[in-house]
Design a protein around this ligand. Structure first.
Ligand SMILES: Nc1ncnc2c1ncn2[C@@H]1O[C@H](COP(=O)(O)OP(=O)(O)OP(=O)(O)O)[C@@H](O)[C@H]1O
Ligand SMILES: [Mg+2]
Length: 363
């Protein structure tokens, strides 16, 4: 060993906490004797509190999940790995993870490693998705600005012309076409550019936002849709722009409502579910606490080839749709440092919005 190189003190102990894999050490009677930071985040409990507890206190009993059988294997003391095990947390949240149980023959402890898969698989995808969405957004905004400037001139010129044509009412029909189309284009461009004020950040109760949107949709189509709620009452407030969040969720729910109208869905139902998620990565940023909002409808679903593109502007499969609703939603969610995802099959379309709990810094 080179005497000039100072050994890093307690390096291994520190590294334990910096791992993104959750590690739990169990003693011979299957009680927790240590866990790292990633495991604390995953199970939502501090190491101090968990010490001495049974790991099962933090997981739900579920006969068909991998963990139940892994626990049996633990008794046989054979090191095991289960790939893609589905694990149900205490709060009902399910994660897919590669689980490895190893044994420390000297201490007689079991070392459980849980490497959550769904998030890791998604991080790469999200990175790509987020950057391509940003490119498209910059392109549309640039284009919208270019279109907006000459529109004012076009409209003004048509108005002047209309005055000159006061003696020819039949010709005014043409100037009206120009003015009306310029107005239509201008409001389309405004929607593309999005809100031009700074977001008004305040403490926002997510359930209040959801209830508000339900009332709006219900007022548009009274008693047509059944709304089911599965709210986590312990959900923390978000620091967000309430009006923008309402707009974001309204766009999602309105789409579901419009698809119900267009299709022959019997018993149209929307489920609104909220959950708190720990240790969640969005883009390249890891957040300790994230609110998850699922909006699930039993409508006709979204064609698979369309699913990849619905968040881009001008993508629509609906007569009279401008294709901006979800682009606006994605823009608002992005401004709140969140991410939106969609999974769909006929009879089951789920839009999931993830929003970090900590306040965004003013930019
Ligand atoms: N819940 C859903 N069920 C089925 N299809 C959906 C659903 N949500 C969105 N879509 C599809 O995604 C497309 C894009 O939605 P988006 O809200 O961006 O635009 P739009 O509704 O067509 O127009 P706009 O919202 O601007 O009026 C829709 O045209 C529709 O085909
Ligand atoms: Mg829409």
């Amino acid at each position: 060993m080179n005497p000039d190189i100072e050994p890093v003190p307690d390096y291994k102990a520190n590294a334990f906490d910096y791992l993104t894999t959750a590690v739990v050490v169990l003693d011979a009677s299957q009680r927790v004797c240590a866990m790292n930071q990633a495991a604390e985040d995953l199970f939502g409990v501090s190491e101090q509190r968990a010490t001495g507890a049974n790991l099962r206190d933090y997981l739900q009993e579920d006969a068909h999940i991998g963990f139940a059988s892994l626990s049996q294997l633990f008794l046989s003391r054979q090191p095991v790995t289960r790939r893609g095990a589905i694990i149900t947390m205490r709060d009902g949240l399910q994660i897919k993870a590669d689980v490895t149980i190893g044994f420390d023959p000297i201490g007689g402890n079991a070392i459980i490693e849980l490497a959550p898969l769904n998030r890791l698989l998604r991080i790469n995808r999200e990175d790509q998705v987020l950057s391509s969405r940003k490119t498209v957004q910059a392109l549309t905004r640039g284009l919208a600005h270019e279109v907006k400037n000459p529109l004012g001139g076009l409209r003004g010129a048509a108005q002047l012309l209309e005055k000159e044509l006061a003696a020819y009412p039949a010709l005014q029909e043409y100037t009206q076409v120009i003015i009306n189309e310029a107005d239509r284009l201008s409001s389309l461009v405004d929607r593309m550019l999005g809100p031009n004020q700074q977001p008004h950040l305040q403490a926002v109760n997510v359930h209040k936002v959801l209830e508000h949107v339900i009332r709006l949709i219900d007022a548009e189509m009274p008693d047509r849709i059944t709304f089911n709620r599965d709210y986590d009452p312990s959900l923390p407030e978000l620091i967000a722009d309430e009006a923008q969040l309402i707009q974001a969720i309204l766009n999602i729910l309105r789409n579901a409502a419009e698809m119900f109208e267009e299709s022959t869905t019997s018993n149209p139902t929307v489920l609104l579910r909220t959950r708190i998620v720990r240790s969640f990565t969005i883009g390249n940023q890891r957040h300790r606490l994230v609110v998850q909002i699922d909006i699930v409808d039993n409508g006709p679903g979204i064609d698979e080839d369309l699913q990849q593109r619905i968040f881009f502007p001008m993508i629509s499969n609906r007569v009279g749709g401008t294709g901006l609703g979800l682009a606006i939603t994605q823009n608002i969610v992005g401004q709140h440092r969140g991410v939106i995802e969609c999974e769909s099959e006929p009879g089951n379309t789920c839009f999931t919005v993830f929003l970090p709990v900590e306040a965004p810094e003013n930019e």
